[in-house]
Design a protein around this ligand. Structure first.
Ligand code: GLC
Length: 745
C-alpha cells in the first residue's frame, strides 16, 4: 500500500506534532501556574504552604484553632485533611472561593487500604505477593474516596520495617526492598489511575520519607541512625520506585536521621528526592513535624523550624502552623529566599491545576458519584478475593484443613470469632452500617455450612485482659464439637501509629485459652488476626493448623471461610520474618553472613547466635503453605558464567504433587559471595505467582542481568562486581534449590 519511507515520514510528522502540542500543553499549565504566582502576595504564598486538619475528625494531636474557617476565606490555607463527603468538601471549597485569588483547596485523607470498602491492611495484602491485585485494591480505594471529594491520599506508606515491635509495620509491605518497591509502584499507579484530573483518581503520597521504619527499638517516632549505604540499599528503593511511578507527593517522617530530623533534612529532600531523582511533586510534612523539630533539639523555636524545614525542601506544613506564622517574616528578614517559597508554591499550584481544580473547584464533590460508589458490589467481590489471597497458611498437620462443609458440629471460640470493626484495622473508617456490612468469621462460617451442621460459640476470653472466667464454657463447647476453630489476635488499636509494643506475644490470656481448649482433645484450627507478626510459640508448636489472617477488612469473615472450607486454596507468603522472641529482633532474611555464621539451630557456640534459643526465626520471610504440595526440581542456568552485557536464564521445574489446584509464589534469591563490601546471604531478585492444577508441572524461568547484581559500595556508587554468585529458587527464603554462576569481567 504505502511505501515504508512515506509511512515512516507520516509517523514522524504525527510524533512531532503531538510533541509540540504536548509541550504546549505542559507549558500551558506552567504558564497558568506562573500567572497565578505573579498575583500572589507573600502571605498568600505562605497560605498555600499551610495545611490544617478539618474540624470534624483528627489523626494527630489537635491544636484548637477557632478561626480556621476565616483563614480559608482569607487565602491562608492551601489544603485541608480529614475532610470528606460532598457536603463538607463543598462547604470548605466555597469558603476558599471567597478568597481574593480563589485558589482551590486540596483535600487530603489517609486512604490507606480502602475507604468505604476496607481491604486487608497493606502488610496483609503484601502477603498475597499479587502485584496486580494490590494495584486494583488501591484503584478501588481511590474511586471510592475521590467520589466523596477527596483529592489526595497520604498513601502508600512504603517504609521498610524489620522490627515488628513497631506498630506501623501494618501499613507497609514488610522487610524486603525488592518486594516493597514493586508494591510501592503498584499502589501509586492504583491510587493515581489514569492520571491527575480523572475523578476516579487520587494524588498519591509516598511516606514517610525516610527510614521511619528503622526507629531504634521499634519505638515509634524514635531516632534512626544508619550508614548512607544501608539507607540507599534497604530503605530508599521503595521511595525511588514511588517517585519513578509518578507519585504526586511525598510526606516526610517524624524521625531524625543521622542527627537531622527528616523534615529539616536537605540531603533527603533536596539532594536525593528533588535533585538526584528529579522529583517534580511537592513534599508535605507529617503532622506537626515542622514544629516538632524544637523537641528534637534541632530548632530553637517555630520561626527557626519554619526556616530549616522550607530551606530543606518541605513544601507544605501539616498542622504545625509554623509556615503561616513565620514564612513572611523569614523572607522579609532574608532568612528564606523568595525563590524557595516560589518553588514550593509552584509545586503545589501545579498539582491543583493538574487535578483540574482551577477549572472546577467542585469537580470531585459530586452527589451522583458519591451515591454510586457508596455500596459498590463489585468492590466487595474484589475485596473478598484479595482478602483470601492475603491469608497465610502457617501449619496444616495431617491435612486437617480444608474442613468439610458437612461437618456436623463446629465450635467457634475466641474474642475474634464474632469481631466486626476489629477486622478493619487501625487506618480505616467506621460507618454506621458496619455491623451489617463487615462479615465476621461467625457469619462467614455459617454461610458455608450445610443446614444439617451446627455452630456452637464461646468467646472464651477478651483480647487483652487476664480474665480466664470464660475458659470453662469454651472447653465445654469444644468438647461437644467435631472441630474447633479458635479465632484470636490483636484489637485494631494494638498496631498502627503510636502503637509500638515491647511484648508482641498473643495478647492477654489468648494462648492460655488455646491450651485449655486443646486439652478438650478435639482437632483445633487457630486463626490469628493481627497488624504485625506476633509471637505464639506454644500454639505454633502444638496446634495442628494455623492461618494468619491479618486484618482483612470488610470481607474478612467470608474470605477466611473460603479458605477454611477449601473454596480457596491459601497462597499467601510472609512479607516479614516472624521472631521467636522479642529478644531476636531485629531478625530478617537478607542479613550479612558475619565472620562466624551459625550453620544451624543447634550450633550455638562461638558463632553469631543466641545461646538460649534456636537461631532461626519462628517463620521466615517468604514462607507460606498450601493445601497442596509443590515440589521443586531441576534448577539450572542457561550458562554458568556471563559477562556484564549478557544475560542468563534460571529455570526450575515446579510440580503440584498434591490433591488441590493451587497458586505458588516461586521466589528467586541471589547471593554475591564476595564483594568490596559484605553482601547479604540472600536477596530477593524476582518472583512469579503461578497456578498449577493438581498433578500439573510447569517450568518457571527468570532472566538475570548485571542489574540484578548491583549494590551500593562504600563510595555510594551503585555498581556490580565480577565474581562468584549463588542463585536460589524456592517457595520460601529458607526452602530453596541452589545453583552457582560467575560474572566475569
Ligand atoms: C499521622 C501519620 C501520617 C498521616 C498523617 C495525617 O501522624 O504519621 O502517616 O498521613 O498524620 O493523618
Amino acid at each position: 500500500m504505502f511505501n515504508p519511507v512515506f509511512k515512516r515520514s507520516v509517523i514522524l510528522f504525527i510524533a512531532l506534532v503531538s510533541f509540540i502540542v504536548c509541550t504546549a500543553q505542559i507549558k500551558t499549565i506552567d504558564q497558568r501556574v506562573d500567572s497565578v504566582l505573579k498575583l500572589m502576595t507573600l502571605e498568600e504564598k505562605a497560605g498555600q504552604m499551610n495545611q490544617y486538619n478539618g474540624p470534624w475528625a483528627a489523626t494527630g494531636p489537635l491544636t484548637n484553632d477557632n478561626n480556621l474557617l476565616s483563614q480559608i476565606k482569607d487565602g491562608k490555607v492551601g489544603s485541608m485533611l480529614n475532610v470528606t463527603g460532598v457536603a463538607r468538601t463543598k462547604e470548605l471549597q466555597q469558603l476558599a472561593m471567597q478568597s481574593r485569588l480563589k485558589i482551590p483547596l486540596l483535600f487530603g485523607q489517609d486512604v490507606i487500604h480502602g475507604y468505604r470498602t476496607i481491604f486487608p491492611i497493606p502488610l496483609g495484602e503484601a502477603a498475597s505477593w499479587d502485584i496486580p491485585a494490590m494495584e486494583q485494591s488501591a484503584r478501588i480505594a481511590a474511586t471510592e474516596a475521590a467520589a466523596v471529594g477527596v483529592h489526595w491520599t497520604f498513601a502508600p506508606m512504603v517504609d521498610i520495617a524489620r522490627d515488628p515491635r513497631w506498630g506501623r509495620v501494618m501499613e507497609g509491605a514488610g522487610e524486603d526492598p525488592y518486594l516493597g518497591s514493586l508494591i510501592a509502584t503498584a499502589r501509586v499507579k492504583g491510587f493515581q489511575g489514569k492520571g491527575f484530573g480523572n475523578t476516579d483518581g487520587l494524588m498519591a503520597c509516598a511516606k514517610h520519607f525516610a527510614a521511619y521504619g528503622a526507629a531504634v527499638g521499634g519505638r515509634d517516632y524514635n531516632s534512626v541512625d544508619m550508614s548512607l549505604r544501608q539507607l540507599h540499599e534497604v530503605y530508599l528503593p521503595p521511595f525511588k520506585a514511588a517517585a519513578e511511578a509518578g507519585a504526586a507527593t511525598f510526606m516526610n517522617s517524624f524521625n531524625d536521621l543521622n542527627g537531622i530530623p527528616a523534615t529539616g533534612n536537605k540531603y533527603l529532600q533536596r539532594d536525593i528526592l528533588k535533585g538526584e531523582w528529579k522529583f517534580k511533586g511537592f513534599v508535605v510534612s507529617d503532622w506537626g513535624s515542622v514544629g516538632e523539630m524544637i523537641n528534637h533539639g534541632f530548632s530553637k523555636d517555630n520561626y527557626e523550624a519554619a526556616m530549616q524545614a522550607v530551606n530543606a525542601g518541605s513544601d507544605m506544613d501539616m498542622e504545625s502552623r509554623s509556615y503561616i506564622k513565620h514564612l513572611a517574616a523569614l523572607v522579609k528578614e532574608g532568612k528564606v529566599k523568595m525563590n524557595v517559597i516560589d518553588d514550593a508554591v509552584r509545586r503545589i499550584l501545579k498539582k491543583k491545576f493538574e487535578m483540574g481544580l482551577f477549572d472546577d473547584p467542585y469537580k470531585y464533590s459530586n452527589e451522583e458519584r458519591e451515591k454510586a460508589q457508596w455500596n459498590n458490589a463489585e468492590h466487595i467481590k474484589v475485596a473478598r478475593d484479595i482478602s483470601r489471597k492475603s491469608i497465610v497458611l502457617l501449619k496444616n498437620e495431617k491435612q486437617l484443613l480444608p474442613l468439610s462443609k458437612q461437618t456436623k458440629k463446629i465450635a467457634l471460640i475466641g474474642p475474634f470469632a464474632k469481631a466486626k470493626a476489629d477486622n478493619n484495622g487501625f487506618w480505616s473508617y467506621d460507618w454506621p452500617d458496619d455491623t451489617a456490612r463487615i462479615s465476621s468469621l461467625w457469619e462467614g462460617v455459617q454461610r458455608k455450612l450445610s443446614a444439617a451442621s451446627e455452630i456452637v460459640y464461646a468467646k472464651g476470653c477478651n483480647i487483652n485482659d487476664s480474665s480466664t472466667a470464660g475458659f470453662t464454657e469454651a472447653v465445654a463447647v469444644a468438647k461437644e464439637a467435631d472441630i474447633v476453630i479458635i479465632s484470636v489476635g490483636e484489637a485494631r488499636d494494638m498496631s498502627g501509629e503510636a502503637k509500638s509494643r515491647s511484648n508482641i506475644h498473643l495478647p492477654g490470656v489468648q494462648e492460655k485459652l488455646i491450651k485449655a481448649v486443646m486439652n478438650a482433645g478435639k482437632p483445633v484450627v487457630v486463626l490469628i488476626s493481627a497488624g504485625r507478626p506476633l509471637i505464639f510459640n506454644w500454639t505454633a508448636d502444638n496446634a495442628p493448623a494455623i492461618l494468619y489472617t491479618w486484618w482483612l477488612g470488610t470481607e474478612a469473615g467470608n474470605a477466611i471461610a473460603d479458605v477454611l472450607f477449601g473454596d480457596y486454596n491459601p497462597s499467601g507468603k510472609l512479607p516479614m520474618t516472624f521472631p521467636r522472641t522479642e529478644g531476636q529482633i531485629p531478625i530478617y532474611y537478607n542479613h550479612y553472613n558475619t565472620g562466624r555464621p551459625a550453620k544451624n539451630d543447634s550450633d550455638l557456640h562461638y558463632v553469631s547466635a543466641f545461646t538460649d534459643l534456636p537461631n532461626s526465626p519462628k517463620f521466615p520471610f517468604g514462607y507460606g503453605l498450601s493445601y497442596t504440595k509443590f515440589d521443586y526440581s531441576n534448577i539450572r542456568l542457561s550458562k554458568a558464567q556471563f559477562k556484564p552485557g549478557e544475560k542468563i536464564e534460571a529455570m526450575v521445574t515446579v510440580h503440584n504433587n498434591g490433591n488441590y489446584d493451587g497458586e505458588e509464589v516461586v521466589q528467586l534469591y541471589i547471593r554475591d559471595i564476595t564483594g568490596s563490601v559484605v553482601r547479604p546471604v540472600k536477596e530477593l531478585k524476582g518472583f512469579q505467582k503461578i497456578t498449577l492444577k493438581k498433578g500439573e508441572t510447569k517450568e518457571v524461568r527468570f532472566t538475570i542481568s548485571v542489574n540484578d547484581l548491583r549494590f551500593y559500595n562504600d563510595k555510594l556508587q551503585y555498581i556490580y562486581e565480577p565474581g562468584q554468585f549463588k542463585l536460589f529458587i524456592g517457595g520460601s527464603s529458607n526452602d530453596v534449590k541452589e545453583v552457582n554462576f560467575q560474572l566475569t569481567k
